[in-house]
Design a protein around this ligand. Structure first.
Ligand code: MN
Length: 203
C-alpha cells in the first residue's frame, strides 16, 4: 500500500476568486504530490511501508524522525486543507455553532482570530481551528506541524505557506486569509467536531 495523492474535492476553478485555478494546480499537483511521493519513498522497505498516513505521522513524531515527519505531516495537512475549503457557502450550525459562540463569542470573531493568528505566524505554517475535549481554540503550527501529534482534534485549517497565495496575492497574506475564511467547509468542521477521533487521510 502506498499513500495516495487524493483528488481535490472540487473543480480547480471552483474557489475563484478566493483562490485561483493556477494556484490550486501547482499547490495540489506539485506541492502536495511531492510530499506524498517523498513520504512513499521514505517508508518503502520499512515497518511503516503498509501503514496509513495518520499512523506514519504519529510514528515519525514519536521517533523524532524529522525527515519523515516533515513529508508525511505535510501530505496529511494538505489533504485536510483541501477538505477545509468549499465553494458552497455556509455557516456553522447546531453543536458546532454553540461551541464557536462559547469559545469566541461569534463566528465572525472566530474568523477574525484565524486571520489574526495566520498573519502572526512568522514564516511557513498553518492556522487551525481545533477541539480539545469539547472546547475550541485557534492555534498555529510551524512548517509541517500537525495538531494530531498533540492529541488535538483539528476541525479546519488554512495553509499559510507562501505557496498557498503568492501567485494570487504576492505578499498580501491578509487578503488571502480574509478570502479563505469566506470559503471554509462548515460541514467538514461539524463532522470533525462530532467525531470521536481525528480525521483520517483517505487510503
Ligand atoms: Mn501548502
Amino acid at each position: 500500500m502506498s499513500i495516495k495523492l487524493i483528488e481535490l474535492p472540487f473543480a480547480e476553478t471552483a474557489l475563484e476568486p478566493a483562490i485561483s485555478a493556477a494556484t490550486l494546480a501547482v499547490h495540489h499537483g506539485k506541492h502536495h504530490k511531492a510530499y506524498v511521493d517523498k513520504t512513499n519513498e521514505l517508508v518503502a522497505g520499512t515497518d511503516l511501508a503498509d501503514a496509513a498516513l495518520n499512523a506514519i505521522v504519529l510514528a515519525a513524531a514519536n521517533r523524532k524522525d524529522g525527515k519523515l515527519f516533515n513529508q508525511a505531516a505535510q501530505a496529511w495537512n494538505h489533504g485536510f486543507y483541501w477538505h477545509s475549503l468549499s465553494p458552497v457557502e455556509g455557516q456553522p450550525d447546531g453543536a458546532l455553532a454553540a461551541a464557536i459562540d462559547a469559545a469566541f463569542g461569534s463566528t465572525q470573531a472566530l474568523l477574525d482570530t484565524l486571520v489574526e493568528q495566520g498573519l502572526g505566524q512568522f514564516g511557513s505554517g498553518w492556522a487551525w481551528l481545533v477541539a480539545e475535549g469539547g472546547s475550541l481554540k485557534v492555534i498555529t503550527t510551524h512548517d509541517a506541524g500537525c495538531p494530531i501529534t498533540d492529541g488535538l482534534k483539528p476541525l479546519l485549517v488554512i495553509d499559510v505557506w507562501e505557496h498557498a497565495y503568492y501567485l494570487d496575492r504576492k505578499n498580501d497574506r491578509k487578503a488571502y486569509l480574509t478570502a479563505a475564511t469566506q470559503i471554509l467547509n462548515w460541514h467538514f468542521a461539524a463532522r470533525n467536531f462530532a467525531s470521536d477521533s481525528a480525521w483520517e487521510y483517505p487510503a
